[in-house]
Write a protein that binds this ligand. Structure first.
Ligand code: FMN
Length: 224
């Protein structure tokens, strides 16, 4: 079992979000998972330029670290995504990754069968909205989300090892491993996947030529 952690904070070793994502991974590793932690600022991700080519070829044509990152995520069973709240939202750095999911990853539910968990930290506001946004994004890719940490951390320093949030992170890591092992089902999220497919089927039927790769993917999966 493999789990990837992606931290959307630019603060690397000074990031509380990163500490929590790493603690989720530590706990998952103790429970037997192989893990990898990635800081968004250590990889190169350019803005989506809305060229639309991904719909027709099945991958993003920009030459940066997006496709290698997605290959890692595709080979994993779980994904932990964290972001600090930047003005009631995820960071701009992480949003670049989210926008790039807007082609085949979301349209073709490429992460179906995988499990996610999210972390959002703030000064004192916006953490619940931000966590909800991240969860909705992961569910949109076909994943199921096992839980979240959303917290306002007023003091601007690293978390101590005995912080209750670190305990929450440990529990989240364990829940993630258990969900993967037991192929747990979250009925509301499965329903959301079903709704997405019902709606998107009509979009694809209209876009058959312009979005040929995605159309074929749906056809091969018997979704049309
Ligand atoms: C550009 C910027 C915008 C922020 N906006 C908010 C905000 O809207 N609400 C809030 O409570 N905290 C806000 N914060 C504080 C961070 O969300 C908070 O310190 C967070 O825990 C930092 O996470 P990190 O240590 O992982 O980088 C902001 C910080 C920065 C640098």
């Amino acid at each position: 079992m493999k789990i990837i952690g992606l931290n959307g904070s630019p603060r690397r070793s000074q990031s509380r979000t990163g500490q929590l994502v790493q603690e989720v991974l530590n706990s998952a590793r103790t429970a037997g998972a192989e893990t990898e932690f990635i800081n968004i600022n250590d990889i190169k991700l350019d803005f989506c330029i809305a060229c639309g080519k991904c719909h027709n070829v099945g991958y993003c044509i920009l030459k940066d670290d997006f496709e290698p990152l997605m290959a890692k995520i595709m080979s994993a069973d779980g994904l932990v995504v964290g972001s600090p709240v930047y003005i009631y939202q995820i960071t701009a750095q992480l949003k670049v990754w989210v926008d790039r999911l807007g082609g085949p990853t979301i349209h073709c539910q490429k992460l179906l069968g995988k499990y996610g968990a999210v972390v959002a930290t703030s000064g004192n506001t916006g953490e619940n909205e931000t966590a909800r946004y991240l969860e909705a994004t992961l569910i949109n890719t076909g994943m199921q989300c096992v839980g979240r940490i959303a917290n306002g951390i007023e003091v601007d320093s690293l978390l101590s090892t005995d912080s209750p949030l670190m305990q929450n992170a440990k529990e989240l890591g364990l829940s993630l491993v258990q969900a993967i092992e037991n192929k747990q089902e979250f009925p509301e999220q499965i329903q959301a996947h079903r709704h997405f497919k019902e709606f998107f089927r009509f979009v694809l039927l209209k876009q058959q030529e312009a979005w040929n790769w995605e159309y074929k993917y749906w056809q091969e999966n018997g979704w049309l």
